[in-house]
Design a protein around this ligand. Sequence first.
Ligand code: SF4
Length: 702
Amino acid sequence: VDNTPVETKTTCPYCGVGCGVIARVEEDGKVSIKGDPDHPANFGRLCSKGSALGETLDLDGRALEPQVFGAPASWDEALDLVAARFKDTIAEFGPESVAFYLSGQLLTEDYYVANKLMKGFIGSANIDTNSRLCMASSVAGHKRAFGSDTVPGCYEDLELADLIVLVGSNMGWCHPVLYQRIAAEKARRPSLKVVVIDPRRTATSDIADLHLSIKPDGDVALFNGLLAHLIETGVIDQTYIAAHTHGFSEVFEQIMGQSLADLMMQTGLPAMQLRQFFKLFAASEKVVTCYSQGVNQSSSGTDKVNAIINCHLATGRIGKPGMGPFSLTGQPNAMGGREVGGLANMLAAHMDLENPRHRESAQNFWAAPTMAEKPGLKAVDMFKAVADGRIKALWIMSTNPVVSMPDANAVKAAIEACPFVVVSDMQADTDTARLAHVLLPASGWGEKSGTVTNSERRISRQRPFKAAPGSAQPDWWQLAEVARRMGFAQAFAYTSPAEIFAEHAALSGLNNNGSRDFDISAYRTIDAQHYDALSPFQWPQPLGTAPKDSRFFSNGKFYHSDGKARFSATAPAQSDRVNDAFPLTLNTGRVRDHWHTMTRTGKSARLSAHLAEPFAEIHPLDGRDFGIEDAALVEITSVTGQRVIVRALLSERQSRGAIFVPMHWTGEVAPTGRVDTLIPSNTDPISGQPALKSCGVAIKPC
Ligand code: SF4
């Protein structure tokens, strides 16, 4: 008898790098984890979070059985009730009175079923996700520039570039394996230059040749200044601009003529550093500009994205090896969610919700009775609609908005007052799960089966290697069971994630013929066996093709109807959040060893040891001005009227006038760091993404 433990190839459930993981269940039941040497995202590397995955799999706090109004219930009782309440609410108040709030943690198959149910069968587009908090500005910027939500490049570009610009990205902590790839390449080829643009001197700055400690939200001014420099020094590619773009002259009119003094004031950067950056960018043909939440989570997030893309379009540095703008997705499957249209303003398979032909295609394909005809409520507006009673039935899956949404206490109050709340989660006792009328236990990482898509458009399998505890079930199954009970049995008769993936793949090729970027119709007839064996591959992969590494736009053709990209005139953010009452700018983000609201990483003592409690990082001179000593407890307040109490961490890595508080911690007892209670629900007007990094706050010793 061969007792060798079985190894299962799967994918890390944390960040958008999407590393391949090999999980092995040992004889004592413990799970050991190592990087998959064959996975093209990480080639065997893992970061601290990925390496500790085996320490996060215990049953402590797991939701094991359905609960209805706080009492144990059978699946039939719980699902019957969910279906009946959603049906009754829709019958009485219409389809706009219900909503789903989902997560970039869901697998593509879960996401697909939820989106199909809401948009095709309930007939509303009130389905949004925590991806709205993560990369909605990148989606909007891509669509404005390219006519499609397309990430042009791939990770290999980081190793082929001569210059990598990291904007609003603490990659060393938030996308650590990509950081490791860059660091390794830089060690091998010291001529590779790295510029980090971030108000804080983070761990990522340690490999930077140049760190620009930019003012919060100074990015649009900086990249407009860069574009003006590229124009003045003749570095732009006039032939490319003429052949492949529109709108350059409008942008030219807008950005030329700005004085250096103005630029210094708007960016907070000295002239010498501005010149150094501009010269480096101008001189480097192969430049990749990576950006993350420091760009997206802003009331001018979409403009920031387009200001960056403008510089790449003007130089023709896009779609070619070692060059291009590169949005780094925060979550493991934010991209998969975009593919199935899992946002309130998208349709499945990168079709357009506001395009009647696309709606008709999806409706016919699904045999759907009632298609949504207009965009639904984006995350912040969705919870406002819950608060004012327009949404009367809400299903939250795999996310914890009571901690993670801006104005988090208002969100908590809204959910508390909502007539009917369903929460599907692995954990029974999250801040959000506690408010559920119906709690549905979800199977989690290592138990469920499906696919995810990482930041470079690579689709990988998540495979189970252990049984789900109790009666926990996958999210797609829960959705399909509710759909069946709502009268849609035929369209949701799935028996496996492989069937859902095949349907998703078939839809991606429907009336496509290259008119849309997302096409994986090569997999439209995939069976369970091939699905199980599926190797990581990048999209697009239309019918009749084989997997290959890919870049978009190498031929200069984009997805606007005339095939040309668009320059966008962008406006620097008008900063009005800091005033006498709230004189500091609060920046929120991740720490190295925790993920989101810590429902998983909080289980690992090793991960929790890195930073044991929330903190406020503040410059020593600001500490002096506000009477704050290192390690003392401080109270932070904002315009929302809420307060958090955390320990001060005085550090010269922080810029003056700003403080940083991590987003992960919860709890009502001081020191507590449910920092999103402080942040008002201001959003980018185009993307609807909340400004989670630039809130005016006051601070004082406790
Ligand atoms: Fe997981 Fe991201 Fe770390 Fe890779 S870099 S192991 S995907 S958390």
